[in-house]
Design a protein around this ligand. Structure first.
Ligand code: KG4
Length: 336
């Protein structure tokens, strides 16, 4: 089944053509340079850029896939969660296309598609498995019980891990997206020089909390400035990165042991983090656990992962009608 998929939940306009797990094309027009000057994504600018570029990105995806519009058998779109104005551009574009081609419209949850990025590179990966989903807007630890069924074991109570990296990096004067820059310039952690707190999360020990950590870094930067001391940015980056990785890895391994999981997948933009990958590799090897993560090009937002998840959504009967709306927040285990 040939599916054309559309992604516009944040600052990448992307259209892909997929056939099951096979990616025939995946075009991504990023807006990062434009948002950089503001230190973060400006929602209205994001929506306007999606509106301007989506048709050309779509044409290029079809051309690169070597197909014609007549070959498309379904249109899929990210409908939630994300920036509402940005999502609406993709949803309305996809609706128009599915109507004009006379093919089904498949709604795809953004976090489900991040998990599906793993299916592209790992043809043998099948549920059930445990997944740590870490992105700019979400941090969720979930059991993937089937391609379209999820059991949330833990989630962030406040900021997402990516948000913590991005905001802390911004206060260090690093360019957006801060998580990427922070990972590049981090050297060696020094917890004596920069002691950071371990967040408390209440009753569920698989929940996360990152806002206190972010505030601790910001306060530390203010104190250093007030004392006219020089901030060792590469060491602070490494110390924060180490702390965030400790928190994510501890919770995931605990959940794997409790649930008897032998397969762990990482997903979302933060799964590109070099320390997170390296330490998970080591921990999983020591415990005989199988580890999966997407190739770097499928870690960030892209339409290929939407197309792959759409195939499973379609198989499970998840088809939208023309009144499909975008939704800014929606849990991964939502029911139709
Ligand atoms: O999944 P994503 O592209 O967008 C959302 O759906 O949120 O994730 C973007 C997040 C940003 O916070 C970015 O700083 C972070 O992923 N990120 C990283 C790295 N690459 C991207 N964080 C840490 N280390 C990285 N290498």
């Amino acid at each position: 089944m040939i599916i054309l998929s559309v992604e516009s939940s944040c600052d990448e306009t992307s259209v892909a053509v997929c056939k099951g797990r096979e990616v025939l094309s995946n075009i991504v027009a990023t807006q990062i340079d434009e948002h950089k000057i503001y230190g973060g994504v400006v929602p209205e600018i994001a929506s306007r850029r999606h509106t301007e570029s989506i048709s050309a990105v779509c044409d290029e995806a079809v051309k690169t896939a070597g197909i014609g519009y007549d070959d498309i058998e379904a249109v899929a779109v990210t409908f939630a969660p994300g920036l509402i104005g940005a999502l609406l551009v993709g949803v309305n574009f996809a609706k128009g296309l599915s109507l004009s081609l006379g093919v089904p419209l498949i709604p795809v949850h953004h976090l489900r598609s991040h998990i599906a990025a793993n299916y592209i590179a790992h043809p043998d990966l099948k549920p059930p498995f445990l997944c740590l989903l870490v992105s700019g807007g979400n941090t969720v630890l979930a059991e993937v019980t089937s391609y379209t069924e999820f059991n949330i074991l833990g989630a962030t109570l406040d900021d997402a891990a990516g948000e913590c990296f991005d905001k802390a990096a911004r206060f260090m004067g690093l360019s957006y997206p801060g998580g990427v820059t922070l990972d590049k310039i981090a050297t060696t952690a020094d917890t004596e020089k920069y002691p950071l707190p371990t967040p408390k999360t209440g009753e569920n020990d698989l929940d996360f909390s990152f806002s206190g950590l972010k505030t601790a870094v910001i306060n530390l930067i203010h104190r250093t400035n007030q004392r006219n001391e020089e901030l060792d940015i590469p060491v602070l980056c490494a110390t924060l990165r180490q702390k965030v990785c400790d928190i994510l890895i501890n919770a995931t391994l605990k959940a794997a042991e409790r649930g008897g999981y032998t397969k762990i997948a990482l997903a979302g933009g933060v799964s590109a983090n070099s320390e997170l990958r390296a330490r998970f590799e080591e921990e999983c090897k020591n415990r005989n656990l199988e580890l999966f993560y997407p190739p770097l090009k499928y870690c960030g937002d892209n339409a290929a992962m939407v197309g792959v998840q759409a195939f499973y959504e379609y198989e499970s009967g998840n088809i939208a009608s023309t009144d499909l709306n975008a939704t800014a927040t929606l849990p991964i285990n939502y029911r139709k």
